[in-house]
Design a binder for this molecule. Structure first.
Ligand SMILES: NC(=O)c1ccc[n+]([C@@H]2O[C@H](COP(=O)([O-])OP(=O)(O)OC[C@H]3O[C@@H](n4cnc5c(N)ncnc54)[C@H](OP(=O)(O)O)[C@@H]3O)[C@@H](O)[C@H]2O)c1
Length: 307
């Protein structure tokens, strides 16, 4: 991979941003992370606070940018109270607007904008796979969030005629230390790694190395743009997802969790059952057509790399 001059990672302090920094810190002259946190410089990485960006400071950061990757979004692993719902939407919409405003003040448009989004935009399906070109959009709060998120991106970037734009409709990302995997590993070790609900719901997932791999592929291939399902090519049922987890950890038994138990549990730990009960049957048709080879195409291979 040839060296890039400048990448902006908005929300680059979280699960996927951490993985991207590991890949790009050495391959980029300048990495700029937009954050609510404190401003600092670590080697070639500048952490810059949104307040300064919104004031129009640091406009030089937005000149000659090879790629901006927007990861910002309040984590959806929370109770959908009115306050949380507002924050889930505002964090996504405002970040897109603030970045777009900053580029409108800059002297050049970004060469590429990769916008994270979610594969939960598709309807719940156990039998019909959703691809980028053949799908049905779902209903409900989380789908509305996805629609508003993508629409805002499309509207805000419509003026950028020289920018290649890609939307990554991302499924559950499996990382060793962050996100869902460490939590389900802990549950399985406590004997709670059985099926969730009726176990027939389809689980679409992706290993974090394939998220960074897909991004690299999109950066390098100047013909790629538009929506991409950022998900492994072999989704499985929840029953298999949990049984392969137990197998990888050498655990023989896992107590099943009925829908009612999940509802009580979700209330206790302040989250929503939709996150495990919705059937997400999503396939990465476009990136496969573009020739991308998944490092971890199957759940067995992903779990082996994570234990
Ligand atoms: N990880 C997954 O399994 C998954 C699956 C589907 C879609 N996605 C989407 O992909 C994107 C990146 O995922 P991720 O797991 O890396 O995200 P994450 O770690 O949960 O969050 C990314 C960053 O967003 C910023 N942020 C969080 N809450 C915010 C708020 N209320 N207002 C403003 N900024 C806020 C934080 O940066 P600072 O604290 O530095 O400001 C955080 O580091 C997200 O938009 C997520 O919805 C992720």
């Amino acid at each position: 991979m040839s060296n890039l001059k400048k990448i902006i990672l908005a929300g680059g302090t979280g699960q996927i941003g951490t993985a991207l920094i590991q890949v790009y810190a050495d391959k980029t002259n300048e990495l700029i992370v937009l954050t609510r946190g404190t401003e600092r410089k670590v080697k070639n990485i500048s952490y810059v606070n949104w307040t300064n960006i919104k004031k129009g400071n640091y406009s030089n950061y937005f000149n000659d940018v090879d790629a901006v990757i927007n990861l910002v979004g309040k984590n959806v692993n929370c109770r959908y109270t009115e306050a949380n719902k507002k924050e889930i939407i505002d964090s996504r919409v405002n970040s897109v607007r603030d970045i777009s405003q900053a580029f409108k003040r800059a002297s050049t448009e970004p060469k590429l904008w990769i916008q994270f989004a979610s594969s939960t935009i598709y309807k719940s399906s156990e039998d019909k796979p959703m691809t980028e070109n053949n799908n049905e959009i779902g209903t409900g709060f989380s789908v509305e969030v996805c629609k508003i998120w993508e629409n805002t991106f499309n509207i805000e970037t419509s003026e950028f005629k020289n920018t290649r734009k890609a939307i990554l409709r991302t499924s559950m990302v499996l990382s060793k230390e962050e996100g869902v995997y460490p939590r389900i590993r802990k549950m399985a070790k406590f004997g709670l790694g059985g099926i969730q609900g009726n176990g027939k719901q389809v689980v679409s997932w992706i290993h974090e190395d394939d998220v960074t791999g897909m991004i690299q592929n999109i950066i390098e291939n100047s013909t790629l743009e538009g929506p991409f399902n950022c998900t492994a090519p072999y989704p499985i049922t929840n029953k298999i997802f949990m049984s392969e987890l137990r197998k990888s950890l050498g655990i023989k038994f896992g107590l099943p969790a009925s829908k009612l138990i999940l509802e009580i549990g979700a209330f206790v730990i302040s989250t929503e059952t939709e996150l495990v009960l919705k059937s997400r049957y999503v396939l990465p048709e476009r990136i496969l057509e573009a020739g991308y080879t998944f490092k971890y195409p199957t759940i067995e291979s992903a779990y082996q790399s994570l234990i």
